[in-house]
Design a protein. Structure first.
Length: 141
């Protein structure tokens, strides 16, 4: 059965919101408590990574390529960290501190990917299929 265009747009908006701000997709579909939990957990996890390693070193495509692709799933947090890392006075970190910070931020991004997929699934399960088109000539199915 096909889904209505209106419902498909809602799923798209859910995905966009869920990627931009962790938990926003769940908030949009009405799961407020779950949204708060996801927002707090992912924000603290990503924020801890940035706090430990600094934005300049933690979210860095050149030095942490594989982890950067994990971090990008944190959406606006990664974009904000990239901007903060470009500010004058941003200090680079090295060694074990950077490793720990990168893992925290990367895990936050991967966790948000799971949250986005959960939001898609929950939004999709809320969608009602379009009713079949009835034949106006009285044919029976």
């Amino acid at each position: 059965m096909a889904l209505s265009e209106e419902n498909e747009k809602n799923i798209g908006l859910t995905v966009l919101l869920a990627w931009l701000i962790p938990g926003a997709g769940h908030w949009y579909i009405g799961e407020r408590k779950r949204a708060w939990i996801y927002f707090i957990v992912i924000t603290l996890l990503f924020g801890t990574g940035i706090w430990v390693g600094g934005a300049l070193s933690t979210v860095n495509l050149q030095t942490n390529t594989a982890w950067f692709f994990a971090e990008i799933f944190a959406g606006s947090y990664t974009l904000l960290a990239l901007l903060i890392g470009q500010l004058p006075g941003a200090v680079a970190s090295y060694g074990k501190t950077l490793d720990l910070a990168t893992i925290y931020a990367g895990v936050a991004g991967l966790l948000n990917l799971l949250v986005v997929l959960d939001a898609i699934d929950r939004c999709h399960s809320m969608v009602k299929p379009m009713s079949p088109i009835s034949n106006s000539k009285g044919a029976r199915s």
